[in-house]
Design a protein around this ligand. Structure first.
Ligand SMILES: [Zn+2]
Length: 333
């Protein structure tokens, strides 16, 4: 199972590299058409580069001064190239290969030959079937969060307007990602009715930390329970399940989405406690999103769970009108 994933992932890297090379070829073509001189410069750079390598290898006594001359020549045509590009408003990086991951240059392995974090994250995404979330992460992140969607009118008995409240929640989530390495930074619990931006903010957090190279597991509590059950009760060990199980404890960040939608019983209570508590003990961060209020949690889950959440989680309340309904009614107007 796992080796299949690895094969698939290596194939993905190949496609990413191909995609970026094709994009570079297109950019090159565009630039050469606009600035024909650059094509000559690039050809020259390539041939001078080969010349430098030849001379350096030959090791002749007079090669030092020849090398110096060639290098000076390279410098001068590189400067001309940079000048021509910027004069036509192309960024200098326009003619360079771009990487999705700068660390491993889309090979999956860093300079020491170890698996890059982006490789580990891809593996996790497969084990957790998180690819749906990967798509959401492209569009839902701190840069695209839109405060204007939230009403700036008073709401029910609340002291803050929904917009003031969400903007406060947003900045707490942002500082959570900025202080992620600090063991004293509390975990987060986002609670409130559906359609108020909880999942969006979870995606923002996940995206910011994945981009920094952290290992993030994002899963609904329903699916987490499925993994726990399979781990505990399957007679045959499934590698993917075992890996998913271990990551509940080992991931730098675990996001438990929709806590409270799973079946709660003695088994789920003790397993959930085990995960939350182990993560607290090893200073690994957890973010929970739920429709349950803190009071509901104390009634649905064991005292051990709710007291841990009360002590070690910053509660972020979400209130206001369901955004999905608001945007629908706007569409119909
Ligand atoms: Zn990488």
């Amino acid at each position: 199972m796992k080796s299949n994933y690895i094969k698939e992932i290596l194939k993905e890297y190949e496609q990413i590299r191909k995609k970026n090379e094709q994009a570079l070829a297109l950019r090159r073509k565009e630039v050469y058409e606009k600035i024909p001189r650059l094509k000559i410069i690039d050809a020259e750079l390539a041939s001078v580069g080969a010349g430098i390598a030849r001379i350096a290898l030959s090791g002749n006594s007079d090669s030092a001064s020849a090398l110096e001359r060639l290098r000076a020549h390279v410098d001068s045509i590189r400067r001309e190239k940079a000048f021509l590009l910027t004069e036509d408003n192309f960024p200098l990086s326009y003619m360079e290969l771009q990487y999705d991951c700068e660390v491993c240059r889309d090979t999956g392995f860093d300079s020491s030959g170890a698996r890059c974090n982006c490789f580990k994250q891809k593996l996790i995404s497969k084990a957790y079937r998180m690819s749906n979330i990967e798509d959401a992460l492209k569009t839902e992140n701190f840069e695209t969060f839109n405060l204007d969607l939230f009403s700036d009118k008073p709401y029910a008995e609340e002291k803050l307007t929904p917009r003031q409240n969400i903007s406060q929640n947003l900045s707490i989530c942002e500082s959570f990602t900025l202080n992620f390495g600090n063991p004293r930074e509390k975990n987060l619990i986002l609670y409130g009715q559906p359609g108020l931006g909880k999942t969006f903010l979870c995606n923002c957090i996940a995206k910011a930390l994945i981009d920094k190279g952290h290992i993030v597991v994002y899963q609904t509590s329903f699916r987490i329970l499925e993994i726990l059950e399979k781990h505990k009760f399957s007679r045959e060990k499934d590698l993917a399940v075992e890996m998913a199980y271990e990551l509940l404890f080992d991931a730098d960040l675990l996001i438990i989405d929709d806590l409270g939608t799973e079946m709660t019983n003695a088994f789920t209570n003790s397993e959930l406690f085990n995960i939350l508590n182990s993560r607290l003990l090893s200073s690994k961060k957890t973010v929970i999103s739920t429709n349950l209020s803190p009071l509901d949690i104390s009634q649905v889950y064991s005292h051990r769970i709710s007291s841990r959440i009360n002590a070690y989680y910053t509660p972020l309340e979400f209130f206001g009108r369901d955004l999905r309904l608001v945007s629908q009614s706007k569409k119909h107007r």
